[in-house]
Design a protein around this ligand. Sequence first.
Ligand code: CMP
Length: 148
Amino acid sequence: MIENQFVMIKPNAIKRGLIGRIIEKYENKGLKIVALKIIQMKESQAQALYQEHEKKDFYPSLVDFILSGPVIVMIVRGPNAVQAVRQINGATDPLEADVGSIRGKFGLTITKNIVHASDSRENAEREWRIFFDEQEIVNYSLIGENEL
Ligand code: CMP
């Protein structure tokens, strides 16, 4: 099943110059970037993105952090993209993430855990729509895509 996954590279990863090394992991897996931009997120977007955590004690620090600098938002497409990206990212807590995953390799704390990705196809669509219009998604083929 070809899926669209929503991915965000968090401010600490941008400030540390990790953009290329993160995107490379998704490309190496055979996934395709079909939308991408670097933005300073608005507070209303952060609230929409993290609405399910609104009542949690870590919510204020999570929103402060995500507004602390630019983020990259993107839509990553491919077979089973939702689960594939979550595997590449690793567990939410970098200390529990596989050391070969993005969070396991680059992260130290759960708040500044380098990347975000949606946890279901439904949430992926809800989350990418916070940042993109449908017309911003670009359709093209990767070389060898049909052999995946
Ligand atoms: P993310 O994938 O962006 O989705 C919600 C974020 O909340 C999560 O990554 C973590 O950065 C953060 N988070 C989740 N649980 C905790 C926690 N117990 N303490 C602090 N931050 C948390």
